[in-house]
Design a protein around this ligand. Structure first.
Ligand code: ZN
Ligand code: ZN
Length: 372
């Protein structure tokens, strides 16, 4: 996404304010979604440290290995006019961070910083108490701007177009892996830059929520859970599940599926500003009744520059849902060695209610058994 430089400046200011409020002397961010969000730099994570350093009070700077300087400047970092501090191979970059920051009582490290970097920073700043910066960064990232919501809407439309084409791929005797290969192609064809995951879970494999694909052949009358997602050129992700079957599944399954469908819709419709994440989870879980014991995961996860992020929609969570939050609502049931089902939409909480970004029909999609 072409993020405006002014937006990035606003995010950096908000991060510095957040650091101050959280009593952190500074926040240190290494390559990953946080860095991309704050300065638009989609840097490759390397063993050599690249770090955006945001003091609660003071000048933000980007520390990069000398060989990464031009790559950094080619990103929006160049337009932001941030000081780009380079380090040479014979230097200790962690000492450079320590020297520029001066003594601090506490420092926030991005949650996705790798352990080697966290420990080397600790060695360079032994008096700074290290804490996770998620309390600052997640807080910012979980409320999406209108431009971010538009990017997520585009991602959802792209994955919906893939689901539209899934029925034509489902044939008795085809393997999950063969269907997966076709879906891989379609995900790119419909506008994604990368394919992030493909789940084609047929029959008893559908009882495993994170089954990927296997050489199992599709059979008549059994569910096929298809959960797919990718990353768009904007950097924003898609994630959507629909459940299919070739020919009619047993009536017992259809009844359970109908209940799931209602549970999912109730949970989606309960989304509005001020409710807790736990209450959304309860709407899905409570309506499942006897089936709830087969609903073995949380109801949903936030989504943005990565597929799983805050807010997590889980039982007893007292996280308050706010306008701009985007997350999945994806209840399911998983009966070991028998079958499973899941229905997943990405939704956005607006001031005046909920918007489902995925719009494909949620009913079980039964593909005719005898097709040539
Ligand atoms: Zn999914
Ligand atoms: Zn999901």
């Amino acid at each position: 996404m072409d993020v405006l430089v002014d937006d990035l400046r606003g995010r950096l200011r908000a991060a510095a304010d957040g650091a101050a409020k959280a009593d952190l002397g500074a926040v240190v961010v290494t390559p990953g979604a946080n860095l991309e969000y704050l300065v638009g730099y989609d840097a490759v994570p390397l063993e050599r440290i690249t770090a955006l350093v945001i003091p609660a009070d003071g000048e933000v700077f980007l520390l990069v290995p000398r060989l990464e300087r031009l790559a950094a400047l080619a990103s929006p970092v160049g337009d932001l006019g941030l000081p780009v501090v380079t380090w040479d191979e014979e230097q200790d970059p962690y000492l450079l961070i320590a020297q520029r920051l001066g003594p601090l009582a506490s420092i926030g490290v991005a949650d996705d910083m790798t352990a080697d970097k966290v420990l080397r920073l600790r060695a360079a700043m032994p008096d700074a108490d290290q804490r996770l910066a998620g309390c600052v960064l997640d807080r910012l990232r979980q409320r999406k701007s209108m431009a971010e919501i538009a990017a997520l809407r585009e991602a959802a439309a792209a994955i919906d177009r893939v689901h539209t084409r899934v029925p034509e791929l489902l044939r008795i005797g085809r393997t999950e892996a063969e269907v997966g290969e076709e879906i891989d192609r379609l995900i790119r064809e419909e506008g994604h830059l990368t394919v992030d995951f493909i789940i084609v879970a047929s029959g008893p494999n559908a009882a495993s929520p994170h089954h990927a694909v296997s050489d199992r052949q599709l059979q008549a009358g059994e569910p096929i859970v298809v959960d797919i997602g990718g990353t768009m050129p904007s950097g924003y992700c898609s994630d959507c599940t629909r459940t299919y079957s070739i020919g009619d599944p047993p009536i017992e399954y259809l009844k359970a599926y109908d209940r799931l469908l209602e549970a999912q819709q109730r949970a989606v419709n309960s989304v509005r500003p001020g409710v807790t994440a736990g209450s959304i989870d309860a709407h899905a879980r409570d309506h499942l009744g006897d089936l709830a014991r087969f609903f073995i995961h949380r109801t949903g996860h936030g989504i943005g520059l990565v597929t799983h992020e805050e807010p997590y929609i889980m039982a007893d969570s007292d996280v308050i849902i706010e306008p701009g939050m985007a997350f999945s609502v994806e209840p399911g049931f998983y009966v070991e060695s028998q079958w499973g089902a899941r229905i997943e939409d990405i939704v956005v909480c607006h001031e005046d209610g909920v918007e489902s970004l995925n719009t494909r029909p949620r009913e079980l999609l039964v593909v005719p058994e005898n097709r040539s």
